[in-house]
Ligand binder design. Structure first.
Ligand SMILES: NC(=O)C1=CN([C@@H]2O[C@H](COP(=O)(O)OP(=O)(O)OC[C@H]3O[C@@H](n4cnc5c(N)ncnc54)[C@H](OP(=O)(O)O)[C@@H]3O)[C@@H](O)[C@H]2O)C=CC1
Ligand SMILES: CC(C)CCC[C@@H](C)[C@H]1CC[C@H]2C3=CC=C4C[C@@H](O)CC[C@]4(C)[C@H]3CC[C@]12C
Length: 487
């Protein structure tokens, strides 16, 4: 890979332990080597044989990305097909494969909707214009993202919450106008298939544009290629691409994916209301999702420090994912509830709602705690006490040494990714109103659990490489990955 990385700067005190809050006395090559070599241990067994190395490369750079590129667009369409044409039942969907080949079924699915119809182009194009306009004109304080391994500091205009508010108000006004003409935004529920299909095709070309842009007109030095086209297309060639001043990842992840999600949830809720009147299961699920998304936008500047932004480049994985996969999967429980309304009664509805809100609050508090401690340079209270911190040093590619704080108490002392527990629970609480007859409404929770477990490994790997011994010290102090005492 042509990208450069921050390298760890380890501090060693003879016993192999790095004390919290230490400043590095040893800056020699041995310290660096010592710190880094431990991290490599896990990989050496695989890399021993040439065949192993070759297979690893082939898998990483070709087979895995190729499978994602081929599978994901089809899976998104199959998800929609299962939701809308198979009564929300995966077994019903599977029965379609009994007497036909996979290709035949896929052809049936894709040909069941008009791709790039005037309706889908109008809706998607209209939303793009709306989102780009407000993204550009709405004011916001200037926020700095974390320094990149190449020493660049990305700048953002923090207008996410305002953008979200304007969009939701705009949606309410549009709904009222449509009602006047005897129309409804629930048409999005009826014609979701063609919207998704059009979006999928558009996004495939858009990612190709991003691939070329990163190679020939990058916005910063945080760019490069691996030499494997498939991998570079899948992963991206640029970390922070900007076009006419528009930050592409902020647009795809936040102004599109995260904003279309609540819009879709509202369209599905309106459809349910038109069919059945007010249903408490739909109400609980909708409100929980809206509260969670509102929380996201309040915290958006914090998201600019997450893996998606600081590690994942703007390629198929993140951009296509946020343009197509997120809108199809994340609001899927709401889509399901339209055809499967459940009357919960006040007691169960309140229990689900209460636990859901509690989980959202804990997830928010955990994210905010880490940010607060870093913002205050450790000079604050965590759960009423002085925080336990590790002042972790790392080195930029230029050789410059930087310091960051790792919090080892509060939520971050329970486990290294404790905030993933409420993240999974909150998704469970907005899915469980659909009860347990079908698996479909739990698709997102299942995906999220896998994603977050995998992400905890990715993050460990990333932080180990960045902080070396300091990260080992954190792992020693906080030995569990996600669930305290269990995992
Ligand atoms: N619904 C969904 O699909 C998903 C939701 N999420 C949610 O998004 C939010 C962000 O999660 P995620 O993107 O995974 O990133 P995290 O919030 O877990 O941030 C990871 C980064 O935080 C820093 N860090 C790690 N440990 C510590 C510590 N002890 N003290 C201080 N800083 C630390 C490191 O970055 P550095 O280099 O700065 O040290 C690390 O790379 C969470 O609320 C999560 O639940 C996440 C993924 C998917
Ligand atoms: C195989 C791929 C096509 C899968 C694409 C996955 C992406 C769409 C998602 C991967 C990580 C996800 C997110 C990370 C963190 C988030 C913060 C949270 O508070 C809200 C959700 C999200 C923005 C979330 C959105 C989808 C991903 C980018």
């Amino acid at each position: 890979m042509a990208t450069k990385r921050a390298v760890p700067l380890g501090a060693h005190n003879g016993s192999g332990v790095v004390a919290g809050d230490v400043t590095t006395k040893m800056t020699s090559q041995d310290v660096l080597a010592n710190s880094f070599s431990r991290y490599k241990e896990g990989y050496e067994t695989i890399e021993k044989s040439e065949f192993g190395q070759l297979f690893r490369k082939l898998f990483h750079y070709v087979l895995f990305p190729l499978s994602v590129l081929v599978l994901m667009p089809n899976l998104v369409m199959l998800l929609w097909y299962a939701m809308s044409k198979c009564g929300g039942s995966y077994s019903h969907l599977l029965s379609r494969f009994y007497d036909r080949s996979v290709i035949d079924v896929l052809l049936e699915v894709w040909s069941s909707v008009p791709i790039c119809s005037p309706f889908s182009i109008g809706v998607i194009g209209g939303y793009f214009a709306w989102a780009l306009f407000w993204m550009k004109v709405l004011p916001g304080r200037r926020v700095e993202g974390p320094i990149t391994p190449n020493g660049n500091i990305p700048l953002y205009k923090d207008n996410g919450f305002l953008h979200y508010t304007v969009t939701m108000v705009g949606f309410t006004v549009l709904t009222a106008i449509l009602k006047y003409f005897d129309m409804s935004p629930s048409i999005v529920y009826d014609r979701l298939g063609e919207l998704l299909a059009t979006m999928i095709i558009f996004s495939i070309f858009f990612c190709f544009f991003l691939y070329l842009k990163g190679l020939y007109a990058p916005s910063s030095t945080d760019c490069g290629k691996s030499g494997y086209f498939i991998f570079d297309y899948y992963w991206g060639t640029e970390l922070y691409p900007r076009v006419f001043g528009i930050d592409i990842k902020v647009f795809t992840n936040c102004r599109f994916g995260m904003t279309v999600w609540p819009l879709l949830v509202c369209c599905y809720a309106i459809k349910s209301y038109e069919l059945w009147g007010l249903v408490d299961s739909m109400f609980v699920s909708t409100v929980l999702q809206l509260v969670y998304i509102t929380k996201f936008f309040i915290w958006e500047a914090g998201y600019m420090q997450s893996l998606d932004i600081i590690l994942d480049r703007a390629g198929f994985y993140i951009c296509w994912g946020c343009l197509c996969y997120l809108p199809a999967l994340y609001p899927a429980t709401s889509f399901f509830l339209v055809e499967h309304p459940v009357v919960l009664g006040n007691f169960w509805a309140s229990i689900m709602f209460g636990f859901g809100i509690g989980s959202i609050a804990i997830n928010y508090l955990a994210d905010a705690q880490r940010q607060m401690v870093r913002g205050a340079n450790g000079e604050c209270l965590v759960w009423g006490r002085k925080p336990e911190i590790i002042r972790a040093k790392y080195r930029l590619e230029s050789g410059e040494i930087k310091e960051s704080i790792l919090l080892a108490s509060g939520w971050w002392g329970l486990s290294r990714h404790f905030h993933y527990v409420p993240e999974i629970l909150l998704a469970f609480w907005w899915s469980v109103p659909a009860l347990f007859t079908y698996m479909m409404p739990y698709t997102y929770v299942i995906f999220l659990t896998i994603l977050l477990i995998h992400r905890s490994y990715r993050d460990d790997h990333k932080c180990g490489k960045k902080y070396g011994e300091f990260w080992h010290e954190y792992r020693r102090r906080v030995p569990h990955r996600i669930v305290p005492y269990l995992f």
